[in-house]
Design a binder for this molecule. Structure first.
Ligand SMILES: Cc1cc2nc3c(=O)[nH]c(=O)nc-3n(C[C@H](O)[C@H](O)[C@H](O)COP(=O)(O)O)c2cc1C
Length: 430
């Protein structure tokens, strides 16, 4: 199928080269109102991706101990990773064992997928539960809302607060036509007075920190991010996050970090920089170039769930370890187990509150996760045919057995085999 609209491949194929700048470190913490985020790294909201299973997976894949970091001895996985003898997956075992004592996650704040404020206000309790489910180990966690009606957004923010989220975020970046068509997401970037109304209504409705994530503007001739950030500060919001592209840009070209710097200079509330961070070097470079208070990472997380831990290690020591093929295999299995556990835990709930599509999620994840693994395209073709989770698992097992037999365990970081990680259809929102 001919590709139209925005694709991601272009940017990832031409990454900016980054070297660790002197004195540039991702900050150890950032305070969003009453919520301390430590370290100052945020998992970006991603529709279809950052559900509760994925969020917990990232939080735990990011665990490290301070001692391990200071010894420059951080393993991408624990010692057992190298053994690759994995138990058969079965339902009902907790996928995440008790975490290492004193361990800290390299991911400071998790964000939900965007959720429609209109939908939330109207939804049955059971369905709400599916959208707003999170577990204790996800704190601190922010819920993101989109919409255009100030009262509805305020009502939805109240629900978010009552549900126990630590922060509530407003989406002003989504370029999807169906969202923009209702004047939501990036559509609002053309109506600053309306944004002002929304800021005031939501601010009045909740006491938890209130943040906003936006793009630079509708297009290059209508850049509003600096003005918007000032408005946010004036209306009592606790932080702003900028994906440094315009709506018209979609995901093409490179993020224009200079606008993150401009926003940072304009306000005193924390500024979270977002766009094209694919490595610890890039995270440090964004801080150096823009002075941002925190970094937000989206597309790199599903293909490299270790990125937050790598940033923590890089910040502490100037270097970081890369996952081996065995690490990848183990982590895929952990994620699959988590999906099965969640499906099992929700199986007796009403249909709309269940965690469904387990096989679909397995396929999706295996696709992201074999990005860069030699021969990964063959696996992706095989799992494309799979209909149930067990078949996906069998393909993954057989693929990695062959990889490991070929002694890839201790091999270098594998070469990219060119898969388009987020095809156009996946880019529903921002
Ligand atoms: C599949 C996908 C879904 C996304 N969904 C959302 C969303 O629900 N809300 C949002 O604010 N941004 C969304 N985004 C945009 C990301 O949060 C982020 O701003 C963007 O990907 C740029 O960051 P990156 O270069 O680190 O990926 C989405 C991006 C992708 C790839």
């Amino acid at each position: 199928m001919a590709s139209k609209g925005f694709t991601v491949k272009k940017d990832w194929d031409n990454p900016r080269e980054h070297a660790m700048p002197e004195q540039a470190r991702v900050p150890a913490e950032v305070r969003l109102g009453t919520v301390l985020v430590t370290p100052a790294t945020v998992l970006a909201p991603m529709a279809g991706v950052t559900d509760t299973v994925f969020r917990r997976f990232i939080r735990h894949a990011s665990l490290f101990t301070a001692a391990a970091v200071s010894e420059t001895h951080l393993r991408c996985n624990d010692e057992e990773a190298a053994r690759v003898e994995l138990p058969a997956l079965s339902i009902g075992q907790p996928a995440i064992e008790a975490t290492v004592s004193n361990a800290q996650s390299g991911c400071g704040l998790l964000m939900t997928e965007f959720t429609s404020a209109d939908g939330l206000a109207r939804m049955r309790e059971s369905k709400r539960r599916r959208y707003l489910t999170f577990y204790d180990d996800e704190h601190p966690i922010g819920a993101q809302l989109f919409g255009s009606n100030p009262e509805t957004l305020a009502e939805a923010a109240r629900i978010v607060e009552e549900t126990g989220f630590d922060t509530v975020d407003l989406n002003l970046g989504c370029p999807a036509k169906r969202v923009v068509g209702c004047n939501g997401g990036s559509g609002l970037l053309r109506d600053l007075p309306k944004i002002g109304e929304i800021f005031r209504a939501v601010r009045k409705a909740v006491t938890i920190p209130f943040t906003v994530k936006f793009r630079m503007g509708w297009n290059e001739t209508q850049i509003v991010c600096v003005e918007l950030a000032r408005m946010a500060e004036a209306e009592g919001l606790n932080a702003v996050a900028l994906h440094a592209r315009t709506r018209e840009q979609g995901y093409s070209g490179q993020a224009q970090w200079q606008w993150i710097a401009a926003v940072k200079q304009a306000v005193r509330i924390p500024v979270i920089g977002n766009g094209d961070i694919q490595s610890p070097e890039a995270a440090a470079a964004m801080v150096a170039e823009t002075g941002c208070d925190a970094v937000m990472i989206g597309r790199a997380a599903p293909t490299n769930p270790w990125i937050f831990r790598q940033i923590a290690q890089y910040t502490a020591t100037g270097s970081y370890e890369r996952p081996t093929v065995a690490d990848r295999y183990r982590v895929i299995r952990v994620y699959f187990q988590m999906l099965l556990d969640e499906a099992e835990a929700t199986k007796d709930l009403p249909r709309d509150a269940r965690m469904g599509e387990t096989a679909g999620k397995m396929k999706q994840f295996a696709t992201w996760f074999t990005h860069g693994v030699p021969g990964g395209a063959k696996l992706r073709a095989a799992i494309y045919q799979a209909r149930i989770g067990a078949d996906v698992l069998a393909e993954v097992d057989s693929f990695f057995s062959a990889q490991l037999a070929n002694d890839a365990v201790s091999g270098p970081e594998p070469a990219d085999d060119g898969v388009q990680v987020f095809p156009e259809g996946a880019l529903v929102c921002d």
